[in-house]
Ligand binder design. Structure first.
Ligand SMILES: [Zn+2]
Length: 255
C-alpha cells in the first residue's frame, strides 16, 4: 500500500504538477479560481513567501507581488522574523519575510535590483553543490549579494530529499553545506531550509541534525501563518512563482 501510494504520488508529481511547474503562467491560471475563496491577510500573522528562479520576463510580476505584500504590512528580515516568533518584536498585523531557494543567477540580475528598489530584505537558501555550475550563481555572485546586505542560509549540498538518505549522508548535507557557505562567504550560517520541505521530505532526524549543527531555524514549505511562540525550528513558508496572478498568490498567502 505504502509503495503504491508512493508510486501514485510520484506519477502525479511527474505528470500534471511538473507540466504546470514548467509553465508557471498556466499554473497560476489553474490556481487562481481557488483564490476567490481566500483573501490576502489582514490580521496579525507572520508570512514567509518564497520563490525560486525569477526569469527577467517576470521581473514586473515579482515587483507587483512585493508591492502587494508591502501594502498589507512590513517586510522584515529573517532576524526580525525570528524576533517576532520569540516575542521580542510586536506583531500587530500581517508581516512578511521573503526568501529564495536553490542557486539562481537571476537572484543577482533580476531579483536584487527589485528588492533594493523596494527596500525589501531577503534570505537566499543556497544549495552549495550547484554553485559554480553552468546556469547557476558563482561564489563571487553570492559574495556580491552578501555585500548588498542580503542574508544566506543553507539548502543542503545536493538538494536530494533528506528523508531518502542514510544517516551519514543526511548529516553531511546539513552540516557540510553550512561550513562551505561560511568558508566561502565569511559569514555565519544559522538558518536551514529543507529541500521540498513537506512532511515526507524530512523528519525528527533532520530536525535534530540541524540543531546539532548549530542552526537556529529550520524552514519547511508548509504554509500556515506563524505567530509569537511558534518554533523557529519549524518555519512554514508559502511557495510562490512570480508569474502567478495575485489570485493564485491568495491560495498560498491568506489568513
Ligand atoms: Zn529547493
Amino acid at each position: 500500500m505504502e509503495s503504491q501510494t508512493r508510486i501514485k504520488r510520484r506519477l502525479n508529481e511527474l505528470g500534471l504538477r511538473s507540466r504546470l511547474r514548467a509553465r508557471p503562467r498556466a499554473q497560476g491560471r489553474v490556481l487562481a479560481p481557488a483564490g476567490m475563496f481566500r483573501r490576502l491577510p489582514t490580521t496579525a500573522g507572520l508570512y514567509f513567501p518564497f520563490y525560486h528562479d525569477v526569469p527577467a520576463g517576470y521581473a514586473g510580476d515579482l515587483r507587483r507581488h512585493l508591492r502587494t505584500f508591502k501594502r498589507l504590512g512590513p517586510m522584515v528580515s529573517w532576524d526580525e522574523a525570528l524576533d517576532v516568533l520569540a516575542g521580542r518584536r510586536e506583531l500587530n498585523g500581517p508581516m512578511f519575510c521573503l526568501s529564495f531557494d536553490d542557486c539562481h543567477p537571476t537572484w543577482l540580475d533580476v531579483a536584487a535590483p527589485i528588492l533594493r528598489d523596494l527596500g525589501v530584505p531577503a534570505t537566499f537558501f543556497l544549495t552549495t553543490g550547484m554553485v559554480g555550475r553552468p546556469g547557476n550563481l558563482t561564489w563571487q555572485d553570492c559574495r556580491d549579494l552578501l555585500a548588498q546586505g542580503y542574508h544566506f542560509g543553507s539548502h543542503t549540498i545536493t538538494h536530494q530529499r533528506l528523508s531518502d538518505q542514510d544517516d551519514g549522508a543526511a548529516l553531511r548535507e546539513i552540516r557540510d553545506s553550512k561550513h562551505e557557505i561560511e568558508d566561502r562567504l565569511g559569514a555565519t550560517v544559522r538558518d536551514f531550509a529543507a529541500p521540498y520541505g513537506s512532511l515526507v521530505d524530512f523528519g525528527d532526524r533532520e530536525l535534530d541534525a540541524v540543531r546539532e549543527a548549530g542552526y537556529r531555524s529550520f524552514a519547511t514549505t508548509l504554509r500556515a501563518p506563524m505567530h509569537p511562540g511558534d518554533s523557529p525550528m519549524f518555519i512554514q513558508r508559502q511557495g510562490l512563482h512570480p508569474a502567478w496572478p495575485i489570485w493564485a498568490v491568495r491560495t498560498r498567502v491568506h489568513d
